[in-house]
Design a protein around this ligand. Structure first.
Ligand SMILES: Nc1ncnc2c1ncn2[C@@H]1O[C@H](COP(=O)(O)OP(=O)(O)OP(=O)(O)O)[C@@H](O)[C@H]1O
Ligand SMILES: [Mg+2]
Length: 236
């Protein structure tokens, strides 16, 4: 079943006396197990869309829904459990192995270190990165960082996974297996919303965003012909 994630969401930012509309009346839905890519030019609003979907940023207008209920009403409660926001940032100051870092979201939620460590190893195996478990995050190459970031994001069994340009910086040859891995999460019922700098054929649908406006919700093959507009500096 398809659930609306956003209904007419608008988000403004100000920079000095200027005001930017980073999202303009954005509406779309996503179903369990669906893989949806968000594609657009630089500064088109992709990251803002993910951050608003996660409940990290609040919309100025419109609603963000999860299971038909407003994300704002559960501020923080969904994120880090049913909603996961992927990151490849592992604070060096905290030290520890890859396995320790992957375990963090579950330790934060249940406090049970042993259980979290066991699941961290299982998730590293799931993303085919178990050989990274005893290394330090700074020793990982870009494709390993993505796999480890995915393992950490999957720790809390999210139903919605938000990925901001995960394959940026990954060698072309290593992108395909990572996209296949992300696609396979759908078989476990995880809905994936992923921003990209280029159209990905592995996705079920591609949302094209242009200057904060959704201008297409199509199958990947049709995405390159959706018209784009260069970002405007100021809102009307
Ligand atoms: N926290 C913020 N404060 C002020 N302006 C912001 C903020 N976040 C985003 N913006 C502005 O909103 C617009 C959309 O930015 P956003 O980061 O969502 O786009 P993007 O498509 O992810 O771009 P990028 O190519 O940088 O990844 C840009 O004009 C950006 O400068
Ligand atoms: Mg971005």
């Amino acid at each position: 079943m398809s659930l609306p994630l956003m209904e007419r969401v608008t988000k403004h930012f100000s920079a000095g006396r200027r005001e930017y509309a980073a999202l303009r009346a954005v509406s779309f839905d996503i179903a369990a197990g669906e893989f949806v890519a968000v594609w657009g030019l630089r500064r088109s609003g992709r990251t803002t869309l993910l951050r608003v979907a996660a409940g990290i940023e609040q919309p100025d207008e419109g609603v963000v829904l999860f299971d038909g209920r407003s994300v704002a009403e559960h501020r923080g409660a969904r994120l880090g459990s049913e909603i996961a926001y992927f990151s490849t940032h592992f604070p060096a100051a905290h030290g520890g192995t890859v396995s320790d870092h992957v375990a963090v979201p579950l330790i934060a939620r249940c406090g049970h270190r042993q259980r979290a460590r066991a699941r961290a190893e299982a998730m590293l195996r799931r993303v085919e990165a178990l050989e990274c478990a005893r290394r330090e995050p700074r020793e990982l190459d870009p494709s390993e960082l993505v796999r480890v970031g995915l393992a950490r994001a999957l720790m809390t069994e999210p139903r919605l996974l938000l990925l901001d340009e995960p394959i940026n910086g990954v060698d072309l040859m290593q992108r395909e297996p990572i996209l296949a891995l992300i696609r396979s999460l759908g078989d476990e019922g995880v809905a994936v919303l992923m921003t990209v700098g280029d159209v990905v054929t592995e996705a079920d649908r591609v949302l094209t965003i242009s200057d904060g406006e959704l201008r297409g919700d199509v199958v990947p093959a049709d995405a390159p012909v959706v018209p784009l507009r260069a970002p405007r500096a100021e809102s009307a």
